[in-house]
Each structure stands twice: as C-alpha cells, then as structure tokens.
Design a protein around this ligand. Sequence first.
Ligand code: ADP
Ligand code: MG
Length: 552
Amino acid sequence: STVKETHSFETEAKQILDMMIYSVYSNKDIFLRELISNASDALDKLHLESLTDHGLSEYAKDPFIRIVRDEQDRNLSVSDNGIGMDKDEIVSYIGTIAKSGTKEFLDRLKEKREGDAAEMLIGQFGVGFYSAFMVADRVTLLTRKAGSEKAWRWESSGDGTYTLEEADRPIPGTTVTLHLKESDPENGMKDYTSEWVIREIVRTYSDFVSYPIKMQVEKPKDDNGKVLEDETLNSMKALWMRQEDEVTDEEYRQFYRHVAHDWQDPLARIVFSTEGVNEMHGILFIPPKAPYDMFMREGRKGIDLYVKRVFIMDDCDEILPGYLRFVKGVVDSEDLSLNISREILQQDRQVRLIRKSVARKTLQTLKKMLKEDREKYLKFWDEFGVVLKEGLIQGEGEEETVKKLCLFSSTDSERLTTLDEYVDRMPEGQDVIHYITGPSVEVLRKSPHIESLLERGEEVLLLADPVDEMWVQGASFRDKELRSVAKIAVDEENDEARKDLGGLLDFIKDSLKEEIKDVRVSSRLTSSPACLVGDEDDITPQMERIMKAMGQ
Ligand code: ADP
Ligand code: MG
C-alpha cells in the first residue's frame, strides 16, 4: 500500500502556483495567516459535523492548532486536529481551482506587474494554501479525515506536479509542513523559524482565532538553564462574538486600547450583531478625543476588518463612510471571502451593506446619547461635530438622520441647539428656519441683519463652520425651509419713506455704484442705520469669501 502516485496540477492551478513562487509580493507573512485560517476552518467543520455525527464527537473535544519550528532543517509546520481530508478531497481541493472565471481572470492578470499578482490572487480566489509557496520550496501535507483510518501524504515542490501516498497519522487532522526558502529580509523573506517572528505574526493576524495556537517556546529554568514549554500565542478573545452583558467594561476598555492604539477610555461603545443575509459582529468605539490627523487624507481610519475571526486588514475605510471616520473598532463578517483584497472591497456588494450597517449603528448610538446624556453628547460634538457635519452633504443616504444629530449656535441662548429644538420653539406665524453664515459665531451675534427678527421673537441659527455654507443651500427640516437672513427679500418698499428719503437713496446709490446694485428703504433694521443684503439667488457673503479663498 505504499504506492507513490504522481499527479499534475490542473492548468489554472499550476499557473497560480507559479505566480506565488515567483511573487515579489513583500508581505509574505500572510502565508501563516492563511494556514492558520485553514486549520481554524477545519476545526469549525469538525465541530459542526460532530453535532450531528456523534461518532466524531470524541475527536472534536480538544481542538487546537500547533506550530512547530525546526531551525536545523528549516522546517515550519502548522497542525490541527480538525476535519482532515480524504484522497478525493485532496485532489479536488488542493490540485484544482474550482472557482468559475479563473481562466479569464488569469489572462487579465498577466498584464499586471508581478508584485501585485500575489495579492490579487489571494484576493480573488481561495488560494490561501498556495501562498505557502511564497516562502517554501517544498510543501508537505499529511492529513487524515475524521472518521477514517487512512491518512495521506501530499507533497509538491511547486513544479507542476505533486505526489500522493498513503501514510500514518495517529489522530485525524492535518499537518502542513513547509521547507523554507533561504531568509532574504530585503524581499520580505524573514526567518520563519524564529520564535519571535512567529509570535509577532500570530499576534498581528490571528490573535482572535477562537482556537488555541500553541507553540513550544524557550523559558528560563532555575539558574541559567532553559526548558521548552508550550505556550498559547493568541489571546483567543473574539470579544465581539460574546453577548455584551457577558463582557466586562474593563475587557471592553482593554480592547479599545488595543484596537484604537489609545491609552484613554472610549467615550462610547457600540456592540452589534446582525443575522441573515449580511451576518456580522462588531464592536465600535467613539474615542474621547479627536486625533491630530483627522483632517489629513492619509490619517488612520479606525476599523479593523475580520472575516470569521481572521484578521483581514486595518484602516478599512471601505466599511466606514468618511463622515464617521472617527469611529474605531472591529467588524467581523461571516459572508465575505477570507481572501478579499482592497481592490475587490471597493466593488463588493456585501461590503456596501456592511458600510451601511456600520453607519446606521453609529448614528443610532449617537441619537441615543443625544437624547439621554446631553453632557456626553456635547463632549462628542466638541471633538467630532465638524466631521459628522460632513454627513449633511456626503451622508450616503443618511443625511436626514445626521441633520437631527447636529448642534448649532443660535440667538436663542448661549447653548447649542438641535434643529428639532429650534422648530419646537418657533412662534406662531414663523414659517422658515432663519440662519446666517459668517466667519464666527461672535461676529454673527452682532450682525445687523438679525435685528428685526429678534425683535419679532424669531430665532436665528448662527452658522460659522465652512461646511455650513454647503449643506444649507436648498435645505429644509421638518418641511421648513432654511433661509438665509442675509438674502431675505427686502420688504415691500414703503412709498412714503421712499419719497422722504429719495434724494438720500439716489446719493448713496450714485456714490457706491461700483459696489452695489440698488439702495432701498427697509423696516428690518431697528438699531443699525443700514445693512448689506444679497438678492434671493445671490451667493451669500460667506460663500463669496470661501470662493475667493479657493481662488475663484
Ligand atoms: P480556501 O480556504 O479559501 O477554501 P485554500 O487554498 O486556503 O482556500 O484551501 C483550499 C481547500 O483545502 C480548503 O477549502 C479546504 O477544503 C482544504 N484545506 C486546506 N487546509 C486544510 C486543513 N488544514 N484541513 C482540512 N482541509 C484543508
Ligand atoms: Mg484558506
């Protein structure tokens, strides 16, 4: 029974393998993430099957992943006691690429630079296993399917063929052993037999894998001796998979510090799970302070993306609308491909759904905070209000919700008001929301334009953020139009007054004819003698200033 068969890789599989082998992709570390995630998948599968097939339950009792380093022979292996594979499965899962469209995709890829190829491949297909060939010149896979007595050894040097023979394995599961290429740090080829290199990669990519990833590490013993001891390298804390009431505030705090690289406590947390077509789990945080780089294009965006507990990428701005870029945390999707790349993220429908959910959950939390804890909300607003306000323009369908969350200065008091509160205060007979824009709230409070409105008991919003000028154009709230005070049509001219002041008006108009269109009598002013107004369809003075600043 020791016949060694030689098989050829299917054409596409060979092509992909070649691309991996000759890849100059610098982030080779991800091979370990891929092998660990395969092991984790295999443990998931065994667990699931053991639920219905009780014959398997004894194998599913003590799941683990083990990494073994052999510095002498430059070998690295990743083992699991998961579901394993039978012979047919090895041939079809490892020797072929079952994804449709593979050939077309590969043809297009040929035109790309080789450096991108590996990332694109890993992104496009489930070819995680092949990424082992980025770092290994020979890969061996020893596997035994749970429920079977037979084990198989698969081996390939990535040269277009692989061998397959029967083998022994005391328990079901899979061991993938890599014979590592020479270290070449300049090309991203680290010494993957080093304890610290492995520790670091596991910590970075696989910390939240829900099975223990064990490895023998050197521990000091007695005086100066050393012993090898088992250590679990990952924390296994997929906090987001646990019910919120089963996680302590302290655990959430520590987790925030970890994901946000912050030493402070978060202002708020958002724990959520969705089921069904777009299943995901997440923990998001609103930090207590704005980071220095919030307005820099390249600033860190806060969300880490996981797929089924496996870390995929940080700063994933595809799942976070720009106006919420202050949010930090983790989103873990059950539906995305583990190998999704940034390039694919941008077009993925599932990703857009995630982005929408993330926005909704965040806005819901803010809404609640505004209603229940005004003081806290004011802190939030102080730090991030200007960013949230961008959602009035680029709200991706949530503009109306954002509008309800915005706070404004107004003539009513020194406190900030919401639009809802403003409308609730509107006196009988007032049918529009008045606002005035300008460089600062202090200046606006003194503006002559608002005098007569104040006299009438009507309130004016004082808008001094640059973004205000943009969203306010044509805006309305609760069916009330927002109207600029500086643009209000001048009242019907008073004939009497016109006659009395005719000479003066003509004189002013004549003297300022380069600067103004007309001079009129108005009853809007109560204590100031004159003010400048624009026509209904003119741009506002503040907009004029912005456009000047932009060189128009
Ligand atoms: P993907 O994980 O996206 O399916 P991979 O190239 O990583 O793609 O793996 C291909 C297939 O090989 C897996 O779907 C699985 O069926 C099988 N496989 C790989 N590693 C293991 C393992 N440790 N245990 C069981 N099956 C595995
Ligand atoms: Mg995989």
